[in-house]
Design a protein around this ligand. Sequence first.
Ligand code: XIL
Length: 358
Amino acid sequence: MRNPHHRAGRLRSALLAAVLLAGTALAVGLGVGRPDHAAAATSLKSLADAKGRDIGFALDPGRLSETAYRQIADTEFNLVVAENAMKWDATEPSPGQFTFGQGDAVASYAAGGGKKLYGHTLVWHSQLPNWVSNLPGPDLLQAMRSHITGVAGHYRGKVVAWDVVNEAFADGGSGGRRDSVFQQRIGDRWIEEAFRAARAADPAAKLCINDYSTDGVNAKSTAIWNLVRDFKARGVPIDCVGLQAHLIVGQVPGDLQANLQRFADLGVDVRITELDIRMPTPPSAANLAAQAADYKRVVTACLAVSRCAGVTTWGITDRYSWIPGVFPGQGAALIWDDNYQPKPAYQAVKPLFHELGR
Ligand code: XIL
């Protein structure tokens, strides 16, 4: 016959185990008492690494001395792009005078942390020094080539890819080129001239064309699609297309994935290069929840396309996002809030890298 005390003892320990288990489940569910190193073990970076995808952020090297900024930068991302430090005004402020101090700070941060470095951007109509805008056509082409040679040459072997040409297409339904100084004074061929110069300067870097409002299938994205198809047919070097994805809450294009796929089908890589999703400030709980669903849509679309190399967000914290300065009354567009607290969007994105993809 069994010892009743023994049985009671077993019952007691089973009960205790159940209570402990329930308590642990509750604590995990609430995120209570989760040590930092456990959070780091399931960072966006570690999950994206495991999937072979990039999770990037736009870095302002001046913020790295801030502990919270640095800690998130170090642990959550496997790719870095300079928010401003590699643009023309930063790298060649006067003719032939190259200044790489800020850009090199970004590059050495990436190298030191074993992160990929993404180059942004070689030719853009904005943040362009006046001396460039004032050049006549033949001199402008020469200046563009020598800028590309100087900058892409300096970072040769260090960047995985360059946004060679940024925002070259017109808004609206025209499907035409933006009326930039490059377009006006060099003509249509300025884009391919830029890509050829970039290939010569850094043969290993993937060469991308990058733009905004090209996230869905529309006249502007179709114009880029036609350019890529033409370049491929004529042997002009091009390897990737960047969709900036500066989006508005509730307005993620329903055909984002189809758009990524149609570029991939041309034989180029695609990326989400500057993701942020803005809303009126201060943010409402409902908009933060909608934003989480939107971030989930964007990351899911990328992961569903095998040639989508990854997603980069245009900054880390809402505190330093470019959005409020350019879209007054809008903001809260990133996945950490003003106080570096992860937002619902962070929680929504994280498991995707775990669950989905190739
Ligand atoms: C923005 C930066 O975030 C700002 O700090 C700067 O003042 C202006 O440029 N598209 C681009 C980026 O390709 O380079 C822009 O970055 C945002 C829009």
